[in-house]
Design a protein. Structure first.
Length: 412
């Protein structure tokens, strides 16, 4: 690899870290790093003759966006103002998820050819995982990071939680875990290259456990896909689970467990709740989830929404389906699902690894049970969009026989 390519690879990795994980910096007046990347991308697109050609490939997605924004803008007129930011977030989602990846494809095509999409994303995510591991082992540094460097969503709670939130990223309790779950799944695809890919897989699982356990559902669903496809053997799963269990037992008998007892109680809390499901227990995760399952009172509200965010006697709802049901009803959910289906089918027809497409859209569905995931800015939506844009452009280039040096990423 030439020196120039090494520098461009390092630059792409840095930009992708800020693009996907989007740490919100306190010294920059809470400016999210993705906005810096977006500014760079918009300027770069102005100086490329290919920008309009590539962006035009996503004209249908733009028409879907107009439909979403128009309907959402209409229904929130009749609401209480709590959902007024949704049309803006939908527009930001589109700009971040299509303009920036097009910029990456134009200016880093040689890196994407020689290093590959999978490998670059894997490196970016592993860096984030190693940062998490370092912050777990150095809690004083983590406190400094959260108080002076970045704003974490956990710090906005009435009682900030310090037993998790070990990242330099946005939304450690939600978005970070989904992203790491997706990339851990990609890592599992590398097992046939070398059994040593279990080591980074364990690092990413630790990163998920100490921040957002929802990411484990993504990994579990991915394993099912891999087993069906024959990519992962039973022995790999046994080795991975054994390493996690042995590591857990080791930590539980060490001073590390004593120093992080609250973290381990929270990590294992999901398993104890699963063993004893009690919807009347206010401390149960399942009771908390049950209280978030409610719908509008009227038929019109169910069909067309109430133009507001979900709210009941227990507060709001973190479930994206419920939240958007209250905003725009079944009609809004229908538009969103048709949009997603369009993207899913198009991604299947262009990706050289169909299983990744299944993982990406399964992750979106899982995430929408944890929070808002459909057509709002997030790290996992930007990650999925990067893959989507890259392969659609590559297919178009092949169709018109132009000598753009984009080939499929290295086989996994």
């Amino acid at each position: 690899m030439s020196g120039k390519l090494v520098i461009k690879t390092a630059l792409l990795i840095g930009l992708l870290y800020f693009y996907i994980f989007n740490p919100i910096f306190i010294p920059l007046n809470l400016l999210g790093s993705v906005k810096i990347v977006l500014l760079i991308a918009l300027i770069g697109l102005l100086f490329s003759s290919r920008s309009f050609l590539y962006l035009n490939l996503f004209a249908k997605e733009f028409l879907f966006l107009i439909l979403l924004v128009a309907y959402t803008s209409l229904v929130i007129i009749f609401g209480d103002g709590s959902a007024s930011s949704m049309p803006y977030r939908q527009i930001v989602w589109f700009v971040e998820c299509f303009f920036v990846p097009v910029f990456f494809v134009i200016y880093f095509e040689d890196v994407l050819e020689k290093v590959g999409f999978d490998n670059v994303i894997f490196i970016v995510s592993l860096i984030a995982g190693l940062i998490t591991l370092y912050l777990i082992l150095n809690p004083a540094v983590n406190l400094t990071v959260r108080s002076s460097l970045i704003q974490d969503s956990l710090d906005s709670l009435d009682k900030p939680e310090y037993f998790r939130g070990f990242t330099i990223a946005e939304s450690s309790s939600f978005i970070y875990g989904i992203v790491q779950g997706i990339v851990c799944s990609i890592c599992l695809m590398f097992f046939h290259r070398s059994i040593f890919f279990i080591i980074p897989a364990v690092i990413l699982i630790i990163a998920i456990l100490f921040n957002a356990r929802t990411g484990l559902f993504v990994v579990a669903v991915s394993l099912i896909f891999f087993i069906i496809e024959g990519r992962v053997r039973l022995k790999h799963i046994i080795i991975l689970v054994s390493l996690v269990l042995i590591g857990s037992l080791f930590f539980m008998t060490s001073s590390f467990y004593i120093n992080n007892e609250d973290s381990f109680k929270w990590i294992f809390g999901a398993f104890t709740s699963t063993q004893n499901i009690d919807l009347t227990d206010e401390n149960s995760n399942y009771s908390f989830l049950y209280n978030m399952l409610f719908i509008p009172d009227s038929l019109a509200g169910i069909l067309f929404g109430e133009g507001r965010m979900a709210k009941n006697a227990y507060g709001g709802s973190d479930i994206g389906f419920i939240s958007h049901l209250f905003v725009g009803g079944i009609l809004l959910l229908f538009i969103q699902l048709v949009f997603l289906y369009h993207m899913f089918v198009r991604s299947l027809s262009t990706s050289d690894k169909k299983v990744l497409t299944y993982i990406f859209y399964s992750a979106l569905l899982i995430a929408n049970f944890k929070g808002e995931a459909f057509f709002v800015p997030s790290g996992f939506s930007r990650l999925i969009a990067f893959h989507y844009v890259l392969f659609i452009i590559r297919q178009k280039v092949i169709e018109i026989n132009q000598p753009l040096s984009l080939r499929p990423p290295s086989a996994v």
